[in-house]
Design a protein. Structure first.
Lengths: 178, 491
């Protein structure tokens, strides 16, 4: 799951920083009287660190721009099923609540009152994707369900006192012939 | 220009101490409010959603406010050593802040307002009977009053910097960065204050504009605002304002750590360039809050994604690395002040990691508005900014070179470090498990993390109480000019 990757990459980076700070803390006790040579070495190391960051982060930054959730897939072979979604305090209205595994779904999401967030959760309560529901605007969320089951749509933008209970259910059926 | 060999440190003005005392008292109160929210999610107590969301709104608004107030205390204390700020304006900002706090508290606690501190239009004015229009006006008006106070403060900083350095460009060190100025570049405190002033003046005007539009909307419902425009304005203001708090507080690190290590924190070209870059980036990064608003212009969302990555460079390569550089083999004699300031650099740098990752569009798709978000901002605000503030307070509380600290302080520090990072990691892990943020009640799968977080939050509060009591008990030393820094080993 991408959630796990996000967690482990973050923990690794934070852990690395903690180790570096601990190393410097431990090495701070004895003074190197002449700071200039130490400073010059540190500046050289900083230049290398800068380029290491450039060479690491820039490819990651660009790679993560390749597959954005904003666009329809270029090679879509099956026409998506369109579901109109309207959020209002404090319920979801979906034009259809049954979809099929493997068929792309286009959720066209808007709001009748305040800002909401339309987040799709699987049976294990893992967030698969989301978009904002905003009055006067329609955001299109595209998703292809890969497994049958009961999914839930939760509100992902604070919208008032019943925000946490603003839930809808979505049934994903197995494709015919499976 | 700050001299790193200087041994006598200025005492704090009473106005700075008033900022700090107000800040830390509200901080501790709001930490307790935060604990109540976690206890509610952990199902240890039963406040009910009405109280939960009221406390959530109070916690958010107050924490942002006192982060700004505490950061401003640090900024003013050190900036006063280089430029001539108006004490009346500094005091006026505090008076307006307190007036705003009263209005906000009344709107929430008396009027039942619980529209969230981000005041996302049209929720605050769409009450559905949950709160009256007076409550909304008190809350929005309170924010406006506080914003006016900070606008006055920053305009005065702009005036004072311009008077001393010729222009705001001079305060940012541009004559040295882009020209061939032979004079001494401005000190870090001036560079940081100038940057904060530039971005905050713009942000406060934008924030005040949307607040005024919403106040008009309360009384004239036919006057409406485009929700997407309102969202852009709210997040632009909110992002810049909360980030500026760290850029003010980090001045304590720039000013105090060099005194402990007897090594200068030079405002060389790399330093000046990074602060100029931060000035630009903090203004243009805000669309990373709108990555899930698919109707936004795509170039703006990609801009937010890209700047999120670039923004880590000044934090890691300049400030974080700069701190490591002057501490390594410095012979520093550690005390509570220096340890907390050193810790703050780790907190800020570490918090920037899950933050920039969350600013990645494909990650935001599955992490936006989960507990991952409070996970990263609690890391750099609590372990970063709050550590800077507590470090500054311990520093002011010293009457001389002796630290005057006890085993209780050291135990509290370790408790703060371990429980603090544990607490923020619990948030992040909950986010990894897709736990939604701003929920009064969590599904059973998420509750165990809330329970663990509650224990860790209680430990953080215990540690913060020790820091606060120590500061209050040593307040009389804070106004004195004194040699506060312990000498280095072999120095």
């Amino acid at each position: 799951m991408p959630h796990d990757s996000v967690w482990w990459v973050s923990v690794a980076l934070m852990g690395f920083l903690a180790v570096v700070f601990a190393f410097v803390f431990a090495g701070s006790g004895e003074r190197e009287a002449d700071y200039a040579p130490l400073r010059d070495r540190a500046y050289r190391l900083r230049t290398r660190l800068f380029w290491a960051l450039v060479l690491t982060l820039f490819p990651a930054m660009i790679y993560n721009l390749v597959d954005l959730p904003y666009d329809a897939p270029r090679s879509a072979s099956v026409a998506p099923e369109v579901i109109e979604v309207v959020g209002r305090q404090w319920s979801w209205s979906l034009s259809d609540t049954e979809v099929t595994v493997g068929r792309p779904v286009e959720f066209r999401v808007t709001s009748a009152d305040v800002n909401h967030g339309f987040g799709i959760y699987d049976a294990n309560m893992r967030l698969l994707g989301q978009t904002q529901a905003m009055p006067g605007y329609t955001n299109t969320l595209r998703h292809t369900f890969e497994a049958p089951g009961t999914y839930r749509a939760l509100c992902m933008e604070y919208c008032g006192i019943v925000h946490h209970s603003m839930v809808a259910e979505l049934t994903v059926a197995a494709a015919q012939g499976e | 220009m700050a001299d790193h060999r200087e041994t006598i440190d200025r005492g704090a003005r009473r106005s700075v101490l008033a900022y700090l005392v107000t800040g830390v008292l509200v901080l501790l109160s709001m930490m307790i409010v935060g604990l109540l929210m976690r206890l509610e999610q952990a199902q240890y107590i039963a406040l009910g959603p009405m109280w939960f969301y009221q406390l959530m709104t109070l916690h958010g608004a107050a924490m942002v406010g006192i982060a700004a107030l505490s950061g401003a205390a640090i900024m003013c204390h050190f900036l006063w050593q280089y430029v001539d700020l108006s004490e009346r304006i500094v005091v006026a900002n505090l008076v307006l802040f307190l007036a705003g706090v009263v209005m906000i508290s009344a709107g929430i606690l008396e009027g039942g307002f619980h529209g969230g501190w981000t005041f996302l239009y049209p929720l605050p004015t769409t009450t559905v009977g949950a709160w009256g229009s007076t409550s909304a006006v008190l809350f929005l008006g309170g924010l406006l009053v506080i914003g006016v106070g900070f606008l006055l403060l920053h305009l005065d900083v702009a005036r004072a910097v311009t008077a001393r350095y010729g222009s705001l460009a001079g305060g940012l060190g541009w004559p040295h960065l882009f020209g061939r100025s032979e004079s001494e570049p401005p000190p870090a405190a001036v560079v940081a204050s100038t940057m904060v002033t530039i971005v905050n003046v713009i942000a406060l005007v934008v924030g005040a504009s949307i607040l005024v539009m919403m106040l008009v909307n309360v009384y004239v419902p036919s006057f409406t605002v485009d929700p997407l425009l309102a969202k852009n304005m709210s997040y632009f203001f909110g992002h810049v304002f909360i980030n500026a708090t760290i850029y003010m507080a980090v001045i304590a690190v720039y000013e105090i750590l060099p005194r402990y290590t007897r090594r200068p924190w030079k405002t060389n070209k790399v330093f000046l360039a990074s602060w100029t870059a931060s000035t630009v980036m903090v203004l243009f990064i805000y669309p990373h809050h709108l990555l899930m608003d698919f109707v936004m212009p795509k170039w703006m969302l990609i801009m937010g994604h890209v700047i999120g990555y670039l923004n880590t460079f000044p934090i890691l390569v300049v400030t974080g690395y700069g701190g490591l550089m002057i501490v390594y083999r410095s012979g520093i004699r550690w005390d509570m002040a220096s340890k907390l300031l050193f810790l703050s650099l780790l907190g800020w740098s570490a918090g920037a990691m899950p933050a920039f990752i969350d600013g990645t569009i494909s990650v935001n798709y599955i992490m936006h508005n989960t507990m991952w978000v409070p996970g990263h901002f609690h890391t750099y605000l609590m372990m970063g900014l709050v550590s800077m503030v507590f470090g500054f307070m311990y520093y002011l509380g010293k009457s001389g070179r002796e630290s005057g600290e006890s085993a209780i302080d050291r135990i509290a520090l370790w408790m703060f470090v371990l429980a603090g990072f544990g607490f923020t990691l619990t948030f992040l892990f909950s986010g990894k498990m897709s736990a939604a943020r701003r929920y009064a009640s969590h599904v059973p799968e998420w509750v165990p993390y809330d329970q663990l977080a509650s224990f860790l939050a209680a430990m953080v509060i215990a540690a913060a109480t020790v820091f606060l009591v120590r500061f209050l008990s040593r307040l009389r030393f804070a106004t004195l000019d004194a040699a506060r820094v312990t000498l280095v080993r072999g120095g």
